[in-house]
Each structure stands twice: as C-alpha cells, then as structure tokens.
Design a protein. Structure first.
Length: 406
C-alpha cells in the first residue's frame, strides 16, 4: 500500500475507495474465472505536490502482456485525432533534419503509422506484444519493452537522442514515474520536447468521470501536479492544452529547464485550478459523496427496469466498464451482456462482474429497451451509428456526470 507520493515522497491522503477490483483490461475466458485476482482500488492526493494517485500498486506485467485487450484504433474518432496529432508534430517539432520520435505506449500504431508513412525516424516502446505486432504490420518500428531509464539509455545508445518523446494515455499508467522522468532526461535532445496527453483530474472530479479510476491509471494529472513534477526532474512545463479524448484530457509539453518560454496558457491554467480548488480536500471529499449517489441512482434504475420486465444491454466494454460494474455490483442479472467492436474482447467476460462481451451485431438481435452506454466518451460516434435503436424506441442510459436516460 502506498502512503508516500511516487513523485515527491510526500504524504498521500486517501479520499476514495472503490473496493476490491480486478485489472480493468483483464477480459477473461469463462474457464479463467477461478484464476482472477483483485486489488484494492483507492485513490489519494499528495499533501506536498497535489498529485492524485492510486494507493495500491498492480505490477505492470499483470496489466500489460500479450493479452492486453485495448486497441487504440478501435474508434474512428481516435484514428482521426491521432492522425492529426502526427501531422501536427511532423509540421513542427519533427520538421528539422533527420528528426527522431520515440512513442511510449504506441499500442497498435494509431499515431506512429502516420510518422512511418512520412518516412520519419521513429520508435514505439510497447510491452503488450499482440498490439505491438499490429503496429509492426502497419510499418511501425517497435521494441516490446517497458519504457524506463534503462530502456531509455538503450534507445539512446542504439538510435541517438530523440527530438520528441510522446505518450498518450500511457504516462499516467507508469507507477515508477521517477524512472520514466530520468529516462526522458537521458533520451531527449538538448532542445527536444516531451509531449504527453492524459486523462485530466478536472474531468474525473468536476466532470464526475469516476469510472476513469481503475488499476491502469496510477496518476490523475492536473496542470498543478505536472508543473511540480516537471520542475523536480529538471524540466519546465512550457505548454498545456485541453484535448477532447476520453471525456477531456490535457496535453502537456515539457522542455529542459530554461530552454523555452512557457506559453501563457500554463500560468492561466495553474491559476484557474487554484481558484477552482481542484485538488483541495473539500473538493475531493464532495466527489466521493457524488460517486456514492450515482451508484445508488444507477442500481435503482437498473433494478426498476428489470422489475418491469424490460431489457438492458451494455454498449462498449471499455476499461471503465470494469470500475462501474464492480463498484456498483452490476452483474448479468441487471445487464445480461455488453456489445463491443474489439475482437480481442468478444467471447470473453468483463473483469470482475463477468458480464459476457458479444459482437455489436448482437445489439440489434432484437434491440433491447435500454442501452447502458459504458463507452460514454464515444457517445457521438456510437449514437450516429446506432440511430435505428433510438428510432425503434430504444433509450440510452448514461451515468457520467450523473444518471440520465435519453
Ligand atoms: O487509458 C487508456 C485508454 C487509452 O484506453 C487505457 N487505460 C485503456 C483504454 O481505456 P478505455 O477502455 O476506457 O477506452 P475507450 O476508448 O473508452 O474504449 C471504448 C470501447 O468501446 C472499446 O472497447 C471499443 C468500444 N467501442 C465499440 O464497441 N463501438 C467503441 C466505439 C467507438 C464503437 O463504436
Ligand atoms: N497511446 C494509445 C494507447 C494507450 S493504452 C492511446 O492513446 O490510445 C496504454 C498503452 O501503454 C498500452 O498499450 C500498454 O501496453 C502501454 N504501456 C504500459 N506501460 C508501459 C511502459 N512502461 N512503457 C511503454 N508502454 C507502456
Ligand atoms: Zn507528491
């Protein structure tokens, strides 16, 4: 159990306990149920540097392996977004002579495939072998390793320093963030940038996205906590901007201390977080009260629907679906199955709650009365695709920021 901050060794105060939970992407075959392990899922905030972090550690090898089920290219919205991010970096930080980019957690190559197509030197670092293989098939260079100071040194020795180190939804997944930051310091060129975009604490706390809390997310970054972390490891936070994925994230740009003038957005966002008291004890405690109310409202709604003899099907089986079903105690008696477009999840069970995952075709066979939208962050894409469901009288249930039926 962690009571010391992983960034600064300050005291971490726990503010929310979501119970014992499995690893959120550990989709199981029915015969694997007996072997499932659980961990206490609780989060706290550091008194010193305001970093919100998980209390208990799940070993990286338990979470990221050949069976890691998340495929980043599974949504059209995400594919378009990362194509744009790649083009943007190619036109700016990667526009010099023989540039080199390293991506931490490249997954199935959703971003680097565009860098590879442009003929630019790159390397993905991706420990989950099956998704790494998908990236390789797109022409992406990948090493199947966990990024840390040791791998960073090996990459520098083999390829030279990197102009850009990039990570999306991965930096907050690395508990040994001290080793990661030292690795970045080792690998980056003197004028290079470390760019990462990660779930935003503001979205989790103020946007009530409590299902973003699961074992993979060791940190819930804010501009305040990233600013402090950057300084501790010899960097400046030189830019921070809101981005849309996963309900709202922030894209941070770090450069070696004193090498770049921070953009005004950094100071604005820092001030704004202070005014909103984003990481203050009363804000975090209020969040806990809200989460318990959402749980009660959602379970009451699902029981009422069941008692009326109506059907509910889950839509999407994101990692978030493990948190909400396990925390609320939702099993097959309330949600008989969920549909998900990821082949690696189909035919398996949602971790912990053991709700079967089926292909999207099962959704319309026949349509249920209600669809519980676990993949709420993809609402626009999914609702556009499933217009016939609503036209036939079906209704969508959401629970972020609160329980709502449309
Ligand atoms: O941080 C993380 C991010 C990058 O991805 C990881 N820890 C795990 C994962 O988070 P997630 O599982 O919450 O990601 P998504 O993108 O919210 O997952 C959406 C799920 O919904 C996928 O399993 C695909 C599925 N889906 C679907 O069935 N039909 C998605 C769309 C758009 C659809 O039309
Ligand atoms: N970048 C993609 C995928 C994020 S999922 C996106 O934004 O959609 C997180 C990925 O990080 C997984 O593929 C996981 O295997 C990888 N990962 C976890 N720990 C890592 C580490 N220490 N170094 C590199 N990649 C890691
Ligand atoms: Zn701290």
């Amino acid at each position: 159990m962690y009571t010391r901050c992983r960034v600064c060794a300050g005291k971490v105060r726990e503010f929310l306990d979501l119970g014992n939970q499995p690893t959120a992407n550990g989709f199981l075959l029915p015969e694997e149920v007996d072997r499932e392990r659980t961990f206490r899922l609780a989060v706290g905030v550091c008194d010193e540097c305001a970093m919100v972090q998980s209390i208990e550690d799940v070993a990286p090898g338990v979470r990221y392996h050949s069976g890691y089920a998340y495929h980043a290219s599974g949504s059209a919205g995400h594919r378009q977004y990362f194509a744009r991010q790649a083009q943007r970096m190619l036109a700016t930080e990667l526009a010099g002579r023989s540039p080199f980019i390293v991506e931490i957690g490249c997954n199935d190559g959703v971003l680097l495939e565009h860098v590879a197509a442009a003929g630019v030197r790159h390397l993905g670092v991706e420990p989950s072998t099956a998704v790494a293989e998908l990236a390789r098939r797109k022409g992406v260079q990948v090493v199947t390793e966990f990024f840390d100071e040791r791998t960073a040194a090996a990459i520098r020795a083999g390829h030279g320093p990197a102009d850009v180190i990039f990570g999306a939804n991965t930096v907050c997944h690395i508990a040994r963030i001290d080793s990661l930051m030292r690795g970045v310091a080792e690998l980056l060129t003197p004028g290079g940038v470390f760019i990462f975009e990660e779930p935003y604490l503001g979205t989790v706390i103020e946007g009530r996205a409590f299902d973003q809390i699961y074992d993979e997310h060791d940190f819930y970054f804010s501009v305040t906590s990233v600013h402090a972390m950057a300084q501790r490891f010899g960097f400046d936070l030189v830019d921070a901007e809101h981005t849309p994925l996963h309900g709202g994230e922030i894209r941070y740009t770090l450069a070696r201390a004193g090498t770049r003038t921070p953009r005004p957005a950094v100071a604005h966002l820092l001030r704004d977080e202070q005014v909103r008291r984003l990481s203050a004890p009363e804000t975090l405690d209020r969040f806990g009260t809200h989460v318990r109310r959402v749980r009660d409202d959602l379970v009451t709604l699902l029981r009422d629907i069941r008692d009326r003899g109506e059907r509910v099907v889950g839509y999407g089986a994101p990692g978030k679906c493990s948190t909400v079903t396990n925390y609320c105690g939702i099993g097959t008696e309330l949600v008989p199955f969920v549909c998900d477009s990821t082949p690696a999840k189909q035919g398996r069970l949602v971790p912990g709650s053991h709700i079967p995952v089926r292909a999207p075709e099962a959704f319309a066979d026949p349509y249920p009365d209600y669809a519980l939208l676990f993949a709420w962050n993809h609402a626009d894409e999914i609702m556009a695709k499933e217009q016939r469901f609503q036209q036939s009288g079906g209704r969508w249930i959401r629970y972020v920021p609160e329980v709502r039926v449309d």
